[in-house]
Design a protein around this ligand. Structure first.
Ligand code: AMP
Length: 195
């Protein structure tokens, strides 16, 4: 079996990366790993660490690197999870997480990082319309600030590794999806052998 693509989606909250990650996972038959969803699930399950994380999530703060890294490490402890291929959504969000990811993936490095670009004013409108319980205006502002200070530097980092593509995230989700498929297939030579 040919291994699936190993992808990361970067983008502000509300950029549509969750939707695009889901569609890519389905298209390529790979895992969709959202650390936000994993953290919310552990909070719903009433796990103490999850409840602690939820308080931070509700305020728009980041959960501690070591906690999020442990969640991802656990998922990737089975090498088959890596070789099957994956799209990471919401991870890494900091330099420390990006370094940990490189270590976790070892000999199967990332194929492509996609930065879904949507300006701040547009994502604020989208998030307020989405109306999730943790989407208060203060929390949204805090998340956007943290995106600029903690996550945006990763764009440069992945740029130096020459594995990042920047995509305009405004427009029809299906059209954006097609664009992403082309980028992934263009990058990941080994996919051509499997189709
Ligand atoms: P998301 O579902 O990706 O929008 O994430 C929701 C919230 O979960 C974020 O605002 C953070 O509080 C937390 N979270 C998710 N992923 C991470 C991560 N990689 N690092 C730190 N906190 C995270």
């Amino acid at each position: 079996m040919t291994a699936g693509p190993r992808l990361v989606l970067l983008g502000r909250q509300g950029s549509g990366k969750g939707t695009q990650a889901e569609m890519l996972a389905e298209r390529f038959g790979i895992n969709h790993l959202s650390t936000g969803t994993m953290l919310r699930d552990s909070a719903h399950a009433g796990i103490a660490a999850g409840l602690e994380a939820k308080a931070l999530m509700d305020q728009g703060e980041l959960v501690a690197d070591e906690k999020v890294i442990a969640v991802v490490e656990e998922r990737f402890s089975n090498p088959a999870e890596i070789s099957r291929g994956f799209v990471l959504d919401g991870f890494p969000r900091t330099r420390v997480q990006a370094t940990a990811l490189q270590r976790i993936l070892e000999s199967a490095p990332l194929d492509l990082v996609i930065d879904l670009e949507v300006p701040e004013d547009i994502v604020v409108t989208r998030l307020l319309e989405r109306g999730r319980a943790d989407d208060t205006e203060d929390a949204i502002r805090r998340r956007l600030d943290l995106y600029e200070s903690e996550t945006a530097p990763l764009i440069e980092l992945y740029g130096t590794l020459d594995i990042i593509e920047r995509v305009n995230g405004i427009g029809d989700p299906d059209a954006i999806h097609k664009q992403l498929i082309d980028l992934v297939e263009g990058r990941v030579e080994r996919l051509h052998a499997s189709v």
